[in-house]
Write a protein that binds this ligand. Structure first.
Ligand code: FES
Ligand SMILES: [Fe+2]
Length: 395
């Protein structure tokens, strides 16, 4: 393979190759089954943030279709966040019912026959306990735990309650080099989610390159960003790269006003502060934002003074729940509030542009018309993702 001068990433990451990428991993139910068993059930998954658990007894119910279960996360009286399957030890009823994803209480009460669990998952009350036989022991019938660990305020869980790899070891140097950003101070959030009829990788790929910005984002960010990536880094299964500004974008009068009032948009260059080592590592002045992906499906987009996360949660080979959250510092005045509302709406519009491609792309891939995708040099993060997924699937 002959590489041209502009093929920076193929030179830097020769192990990724340059050939076409098979579409099979996006459309094959068998491949999806392997992803489920060999990736998602064996790696750490982000389920929330510590701010969602303000005090003892605060809980969150998180459906995890890729684990075939729902996880009940709860902060105990000792302050620790734990996770359990939302499955009663008696006859398997869901302990927490309904559509409410959040709540707060002193215990969990199963509505079927009244078995009760404390915040640490212990079974503390069984009505008519004397009717059970000596094969039943209360102390052996607490809620089934999953492992829970926290990185930079993000609450991760592992389906195995005693995983071989700690969260810190799993994130490794990528976790270290994305640490230190004031994530916990950015508690003003705007959250969007939807179910997309596409494979999780089709959705995630659309957020893993800047090749599309001049076309797809011509509406929300005309001429604002370069189509190349800077400072691409790969650390084990994780990776990151930066998107830069062109300085050719002309803000609308409203955007210009919002930019004057605060830094609340990726289209506004902020002050060069508070960035972790992996974000704009060379402190390039045209830096706009970092696209970091913690394998397999947790994206953190970091820029000056704000950050976004995306998650692409697989439901089936053809369906994905996408959640995008924007995090800002709580506004201190009306001007900052206006700026944030403007910034988050601009970003929401860009996300609508991004998500608009996904379902049609997936349907087209399923048609069988094309067997492979051709990725260019600047789509190197996508190439890395497919390689890592394949390594897990074939391990
Ligand atoms: S299923 Fe929960 S108490 Fe019977
Ligand atoms: Fe985009």
């Amino acid at each position: 393979m002959k590489l041209a001068a502009e093929h920076n990433w193929a030179r830097k990451f020769p192990e990724l190759g340059t050939g076409p990428i098979s579409v099979e991993p996006c459309v094959s139910p068998e491949y999806f089954g392997k992803e489920k068993e060999k990736i998602f059930k064996r790696v750490w998954q982000k389920l929330g943030r510590v701010e969602e658990f303000p005090g003892p007894g605060s809980w969150k119910l998180k459906p995890m279709p890729i684990w075939d279960t729902s996880i009940l996360l709860v902060r105990g009286n000792d302050g620790q966040i734990r996770g359990f399957h939302n499955v009663c030890s008696h006859r398997g009823n869901a302990v927490v019912w309904g559509d409410q994803p959040y709540g707060r209480g002193r215990h969990f009460f199963c509505h079927f026959h009244g078995w009760t669990y404390d915040l640490e998952g212990h079974l503390i009350d069984v009505p008519e306990e004397e009717e059970f036989y000596d094969t039943f022991k209360r102390c052996e019938n607490g809620l089934t735990p999953v492992a829970v660990e926290v990185w930079e305020g993000f609450v991760f869980a592992h389906l195995d309650p005693n995983p071989e790899t700690s969260l810190a070891d799993y994130l490794g140097e990528a976790g270290d080099r994305l640490s230190g950003f004031p994530y916990g101070e950015m508690t003003a959030t705007y959250s969007y989610n939807t179910i997309l009829n596409c494979n999780w990788k089709v959705a995630q790929d659309a957020f893993s390159e800047a090749y599309h910005v001049t076309t797809i984002h011509a509406g929300s960010f005309p001429k604002g960003f370069a189509s190349k990536l800077w400072d691409v880094t790969m650390i084990g299964p994780h990776h990151s790269g930066a998107v830069h500004m062109t300085d050719q974008g002309e803000p609308t009068p409203v955007s210009a006003l919002a930019h004057r009032l605060a830094t609340s948009s990726i289209a506004k260059r902020g002050e060069r502060t508070e960035l972790p080592p992996m974000v704009n590592p060379n402190r390039n002045p045209s830096f706009a934002f970092e696209l970091a992906v913690l394998f397999p499906n947790f994206l953190v987009h970091i820029m000056d003074g704000l950050y976004f996360t995306h998650q692409f949660e697989p439901i089936s080979v053809d369906q994905t729940r996408w959640e995008g959250i924007q995090y800002f510092r709580p506004p201190r005045n009306a001007g900052e509030r206006f700026s944030q509302e403007h910034g988050q709406l601009l970003q929401r519009n860009a996300w609508l542009e991004d998500t608009a491609t996904m379902e049609a792309t997936h349907a087209a891939l399923k048609s069988g018309a094309k067997k492979a995708m051709h990725l260019q040099d600047e789509e190197v993060l996508i190439r890395h993702c497919y390689k890592v997924v394949d390594e897990y699937v074939n391990a």
